[in-house]
Design a protein around this ligand. Structure first.
Ligand code: NOJ
Length: 739
């Protein structure tokens, strides 16, 4: 019976995911299951375990202890179990040995690719190319699904405005609009058109919410923000993910103004379910339910489990408090079983939508797994993403692109030879051997007559200078020096906050030694966060931000350095001059005393300017673009459109190039203060030399609306400034009154 109904359910799943989420057939199948489940089996569905470990083989394995709980139906999901064969083994026990045969769901952190590792998310956000980002998520899903997975703990959609926070690498930067576009693109990519397609996996928007607002940029730290900041800045990417059909969310480790997110009913029930109509389920972060005790809002394990479940955390990731504590709690009448039933319903709904009841082994196909991982088309998309993600920060006297026939090139810095670091943090099932080091790719790119020499200059973790005399020697003998510096991949990601934002360790010293040779220097940066590099900006003529670009990093960087591709990436986050300026972001408020150089009593520092080193949206190209003729008018198209605008953009340089045209607004006078600029749209435009294009944009009422003093979303008529440009600072502008 289940199988037959399942086929029908599959048919209905061909319609978009959100409608499917309320499929009456699925709901009836869930009803009939819940009716026959014991309390322990129900709580089992809410229990997620970490895959077991076999000490002998040093691999994840199904341990005897885990086999016992799976066969009793006491676990609903595993994380960190991957591979078509291994997942099949786990699934077989669940389906064939447990009383009800409810299939397991396998989840993993597939953050920027599974085996084909793509640029880290912050780098992908630098492409400002949601279609391309959707493609990389699609490929990640295809590969992860072929390796037996059903679920990724991605996208991470946390807005981050503090580069000290290591997890800034995993998100899309500082801006809620860009972040929302990237969030939706990734959800579309992971989940595809229909989850019953076995090349899709369920997305998990995380970490709900405001995890990126950690005080002092210290991971897991307190967050204390206003409801306005929560709704205007941190929540939009989650809403965008939900609107794009994301079927799971992960609650975050942090508290928000005294209420830990994992016990936050307002977030997980009022906003997520009641306001947004979310029909999927929420999983906690790793042991976050138990951590409610340390937060000091639960006296014991049972109290923690009750708080999390009643707030809306349906599944507990590791910790086991739900299965341990809740049977007694429910039997004593302290918590109605209906709360458990609702959470079970949400989990089962997603399993039904995945088609797991009809084909529990849908993703267990070792042949496909072998064939598809790291396939040439996947690598090709990774290369395209990597190329587009590169941000040219500085290029004095057109030092770049370099000539392939250059006589002698000195390459200095341990990252030039590294494979592993190119993969960045959270690199799924990526293997260092899949990524060619930058130096190898450069050797392929330059003429056979070019003399390429290398010296590390310092050790691989930048603690001490090594080989520095040799580095200086080869620099002196070179036409151009490539300094490849930055961070190791362990320096960003989870639990990797830093208090300083310069190049770590002895790298500045190394740079100074090399720069004093007087040779032209190109600094190639590899790192997972914005860096504060004022010395470099003042002393090194060319600076290329390459983040961690994944398996095709070397190839992509070499292509840009030698002019096969013109850089088009734009910063998704502000680069400060100093750590002391943090938080520094483009969409700040004016204040009552905005910066005035001549007036001491205005908002500023005694020792540093207010301005960033490189602003949000910034990135150079090998060509140049000019904006002109911005014309703004009230919309005549009716409906919600309020403003129409046209602007001319011209490629005024000598190369082909792609510009990311950015549109910002300012609401000049409103009932609550508004930011000086807010990004509302952007468009990538490719132009040949001297080519010109007129672009049209439409702004809707929604684009001009905001939360008023009572947190109602409203539009207020009045004057607006519209800005268009290639970054958040260099813009053309026009004003318009909307009545
Ligand atoms: C903790 C991290 O915060 C979360 O992002 C991740 O998904 C889980 N660990 C599982 O690895």
């Amino acid at each position: 019976m289940l199988v037959r109904l399942g086929l029908l359910a599959c048919f209905f799943c061909l319609v978009p995911l959100r409608i499917c989420a309320q499929d009456p057939l699925i709901e009836r199948r869930i009803d009939s299951l819940i009716r026959i489940m014991t309390l322990e089996e129900k709580l089992g569905q809410l229990n997620q375990l970490n895959g077991g470990w076999d000490e002998k083989t040093k691999r994840t394995a199904l341990t005897e202890a885990q086999r016992a709980v799976v066969s009793k139906g006491l676990v609903g999901s595993f994380l960190n179990v991957q591979g078509a064969d291994l997942t099949r083994e786990f699934q077989r026990v669940a389906v064939e040995e447990s009383r009800l045969g409810i299939p397991l769901m396998f989840g993993l952190d597939v953050i920027h690719g599974y085996r084909t590792v793509f640029p880290i998310p912050l780098a992908e956000a630098s492409t400002w190319d949601p279609e391309l980002v959707e493609q990389s998520a699609r490929i990640a899903a295809i590969e992860a699904a072929a390796a037996g997975l059903h679920w990724t703990f991605a996208p991470m959609v946390d807005i981050a405005r503090d580069p000290r926070w290591g997890r800034i690498a995993e998100g899309s930067g500082e801006d809620p609009y860009l972040g929302s576009m990237m969030a939706a693109a990734r959800v579309r990519g992971f989940q595809g058109r229909s989850l019953t397609d076995s090349s899709t996996i369920v997305a998990c928007a995380k970490h709900y919410a405001a995890y990126g607002g950690a005080e002092a940029g210290r991971d897991y730290s307190t967050v204390d923000i206003s409801e306005r900041t929560l709704r205007e800045i941190y929540l939009p990417p989650f809403k965008a993910a939900v609107d794009a059909g994301a079927l799971t969310l992960m609650s975050s480790f942090n508290e928000i103004a005294g209420i830990p997110a994992t016990a936050n009913r307002k977030l997980m029930t009022n906003i997520l379910r009641e306001e947004w109509g979310f029909k999927g389920f929420v999983v906690s972060d790793w042991t976050a339910v138990a951590e409610l005790q340390r937060h000091g809002i639960a006296a014991d394990k049972a109290g923690a489990a009750i708080k999390a479940l009643t707030a809306g955390v349906d599944m507990e990731m590791v910790g086991g408090l739900y299965v341990e504590e809740l049977p007694a709690v429910i039997r004593s009448g302290k918590l109605p079983v209906s709360v458990v039933n609702e959470a079970v319903r949400r989990v089962l709904r997603v399993k039904f939508m995945l088609g797991l009841f009809d084909n529990p082994y849908r993703n267990c196909n070792p042949d496909l797994e072998k064939k598809i991982l790291l396939s040439p088309p996947h690598r090709e998309t990774a290369r395209k993403n990597a190329q587009e993600a590169i941000v040219l920060l500085q290029n004095e006297n057109h030092l770049l692109p370099l000539n392939k026939n250059i006589g002698a090139l000195a390459i200095i810095g341990p990252l030039a030879r590294s494979r592993e670091n190119l993969l960045g943090p959270w690199s799924g099932n990526g293997k260092a051997g899949d990524a060619a080091p930058l130096i190898d790719e450069i050797r392929v790119k330059v003429s056979p007559l070019t003399k390429v020499s290398y010296a590390a200059g310092c050790d691989s973790t930048f603690r001490q200078l090594e080989d520095v005399d040799e580095a200086v020697r080869i620099a002196k003998g070179a036409d151009v020096v490539l300094l490849v510096l930055g961070e190791t991949r362990e320096m960003s990601g989870e639990a990797a906050s830093r208090s300083e934002l310069g190049l770590p360790g002895v790298q500045l010293e190394l740079e100074k030694r090399i720069q004093s040779t007087g040779k032209p220097v190109v600094l190639v940066l590899m790192n997972g966060r914005p860096l504060a590099i004022p010395w470099e900006a003042a002393n090194i003529p060319a600076i290329v931000e390459t983040w961690f670009l994944g398996v095709e990093a070397g190839n992509a960087i070499a292509s840009v350095l030698f002019g096969d591709a013109s850089p088009s990436g734009k910063l998704p986050v502000t680069f400060p001059r100093s750590v002391g300026q943090i938080p520094l972001y483009y969409s700040h408020k004016n204040t009552g005393r905005p910066f005035d150089e001549k007036d001491k009593y205005t908002s500023k520092y005694l020792d540093i300017s207010n301005t960033p080193l490189f602003p949000f949206g910034f990135g150079l190209s090998y060509t140049t673009f000019a904006y002109s003729g911005l014309e703004v008018s009230s919309s005549r198209s009716g409906g919600d459109a309020l403003i129409e605008l046209t602007v001319n953009i011209e490629n005024t340089g000598k190369h082909n190039g792609t510009e990311v045209v950015q549109l910002y607004i300012r609401d000049e006078v409103a009932s609550v203060t508004r930011p000086l600029k807010e990004l509302k749209q952007f468009r990538r435009v490719r132009l040949g030399p001297e080519e010109k294009q007129t672009l049209q944009f439409t702004l809707t009422k929604n684009d001009l609306s905001f939360y008023d003093a009572n947190m109602s979303w409203i539009f207020e008529p009045g004057w607006f400034t519209i800005f268009v440009g290639g970054n958040s600072e260099d813009v053309v502008e026009a004003r318009i009154e909307i009545r």
